[in-house]
Design a protein around this ligand. Structure first.
Ligand code: FMN
Length: 186
């Protein structure tokens, strides 16, 4: 069974991207994957500073989360769009992952991207910035992605997505990710 970790780039109370993370988790589970939704609040890392790193090394939290990711064949990064780009929280996490965390976070697994925003575009502009970063670390990233707009009205009471087009995007992303990770789990 393929194992997929879902990492939302927000730790805000009532985060719509965490809400989307739960909808993704449920869909992946329904499709037969083992899916886990984590919170970056459980892995607090200082803002990357090379002097700090030289003095104190990589924080334990970065290594712990990297180990968790290394145990998975798939990773879903959920980015709340900030000024057309990434949240500092997600960028900082991705930067720490590129350091000497003891495992190769970006190799031997497949990445997928998602976003949710109150705006009409659903945070899709920020996803191309996340994708650019994944290209520079040579991480295999699937093309189908999920951007959910109108966050306030996007979710049903059971946490599922209401909009038919959004559900279609969710299913395509999850199906593709499971298909592309299956051989890694065998
Ligand atoms: C600094 C900042 C910049 C933002 N920029 C954008 C933006 O470019 N596009 C967008 O759709 N929403 C933008 N938003 C609104 C966020 O999408 C919204 O606050 C969202 O709820 C954040 O995600 P979260 O609920 O998961 O924390 C911005 C919010 C903040 C605080």
């Amino acid at each position: 069974m393929t194992k997929i970790i879902i990492i939302p780039g927000s730790t805000r109370n009532g985060s719509v991207n965490v809400q989307l993370g739960e909808a993704i988790r449920l869909k992946l589970q329904e499709m037969g994957a083992e899916a886990v939704l984590i919170s970056l609040a459980d892995y607090p890392m200082p803002i990357f500073n090379a002097d700090d790193e030289a003095q104190n090394g990589v924080p334990k939290e970065a290594k712990d989360l990297a180990d968790l990711v290394a145990g998975c064949e798939g990773v879903v990064l959920i980015n709340p769009e900030y000024n057309g780009s990434l949240t500092p929280l997600l960028k900082n996490t991705l930067d720490w992952f590129s350091r000497d965390v003891g495992v190769k976070v970006y190799q031997d697994r497949v990445f997928a991207l998602a976003a949710c925003s109150p705006g009409a575009l659903g945070g899709i502009r920020g996803l191309s910035h996340v994708r650019d970063i994944l290209v520079s670390v040579v991480a295999d990233t699937i093309t189908p992605q999920l951007a959910v707009g109108d966050a306030g009205g996007a979710f049903a009471e059971d946490g599922s997505l209401k909009n038919e087009r959004a559900v279609g995007m969710l299913e395509t992303m999850c199906e593709t990710l499971i298909k592309k990770t299956q051989h890694l789990a065998d």
